[in-house]
Design a protein. Structure first.
Length: 258
C-alpha cells in the first residue's frame, strides 16, 4: 500500500523558531509559519495537523498559545494545541475562561512542558487542570523529553481516565516502559514518529489494538516521510492503517467538549 492511499493527520508538528536549533536546522526550515507548514504538508501528502508553537515551550506559554491560535485561525486544516501550567501561579487565569477560549480558538489538545517550565508533572500540581481535561475529554500530549516515566506512571495512577498521547518516547527498549501503561490505562496512546522498531507497529496492533497508536511526525525537527513510510508498509490491515493514520486522532478530537 503506497502512502498516497492513506489519509494522514499529524498529531505532532509545530511552527515557529526554536530557541536552540536542532541538527536538522541546515536542511529543514526552522522558522516556518502556518502557511509554510501547509506547504510542507502538501508536499508530503498529509491532510491536516494538530499544531503547537515553539514559543509555548521556549518563550512564554500564554504568548505562545495566542500565537498558535492566531496562526491557525485562517486554516481549517489545522487544529491548535495549547500549553498548560500549574494553576497555583494564576498564569492561566480563570480555568473556565481558559478552556472556553481554547474551544473558540479551535484548540483540541494541550501539551505539558514541565522541564522547560520548571514544575513537577504530578497530579497534586495540576489537579484542577487535569479535572477539566477529563471532563472535556481533551487529550494531553506529553513528550518524554519533558518528564520522567516515573512521574507519568504516578500521574496516570491518580487520573486513570485521562487521555494521554505519548511523544518522543525513544526507539530503543521503550516498550518496557509504555506497554504496562497500555495494559492498564485504556486512554494512553503512543505517537509513532520515534517508535522505530522492526515489527513494533504490528505487535502493538495485535496485542492492544490499532486504536492505541496515532500518526505523528515531529516535524520540523524530524522528517515527515519516515513515519508515513513505516505505517504504509506495516503488515497490518488496511482498516488498522487508516485508523492510525488519521481515524484515531480524528475520533479523539471530535469527542472534545469545551
Amino acid at each position: 500500500m503506497g502512502t498516497t492511499t492513506l489519509k494522514f493527520f499529524d498529531c505532532n508538528t509545530c511552527i515557529g523558531r526554536p530557541a536552540a536549533l536542532p541538527p536538522l536546522a541546515d536542511t529543514v526550515r526552522m522558522d516556518h509559519t502556518a502557511e509554510q507548514l501547509i506547504e510542507a504538508l502538501d508536499r508530503a501528502g498529509i491532510e491536516g495537523a494538530l499544531v503547537w508553537h515553539v514559543a509555548q515551550r521556549d518563550y512564554d506559554a500564554r504568548a505562545g498559545n495566542d500565537l498558535v491560535a492566531r496562526a491557525i485561525a485562517p486554516h481549517g486544516r489545522l487544529a491548535g494545541c495549547w500549553s498548560i501550567l500549574p494553576p497555583q501561579t494564576g498564569e492561566l487565569g480563570d480555568l473556565g475562561a481558559f478552556f472556553a477560549a481554547a474551544g473558540r480558538a479551535g484548540v483540541r489538545a494541550v501539551r505539558a512542558f514541565p522541564q522547560a517550565h520548571r514544575y513537577l508533572f504530578r497530579a497534586e500540581v495540576l489537579r484542577p487542570v487535569l479535572d477539566r481535561l477529563v471532563a472535556a475529554r481533551m487529550p494531553l500530549i506529553v513528550s518524554l523529553e519533558q518528564t520522567s516515566w516515573g512521574d507519568l506512571y504516578d500521574l496516570l495512577a491518580d487520573d486513570p481516565e485521562l487521555t494521554v498521547i505519548l511523544t518522543e518516547i525513544g526507539c530503543w527498549g521503550t516498550d518496557r516502559y509504555f506497554r504496562p501503561l497500555l495494559e492498564r490505562y485504556p486512554n494512553v496512546i503512543v505517537e509513532l514518529s520515534s517508535y522505530i522498531v522492526d515489527g513494533g507497529i504490528e505487535a502493538i496492533v495485535e496485542e492492544y489494538g490499532a486504536r492505541r497508536l496515532v500518526f505523528g511526525t515531529g516535524f520540523p525537527t524530524c522528517y515527515q516521510g519516515a513515519p508515513m513510510l513505516m505505517l504504509a508498509h506495516a503488515e497490518i490491515s488496511r482498516e488498522a492503517k487508516e485508523a492510525i493514520a488519521s481515524g484515531n486522532l480524528g475520533r479523539i478530537i471530535a469527542g472534545v467538549r469545551l
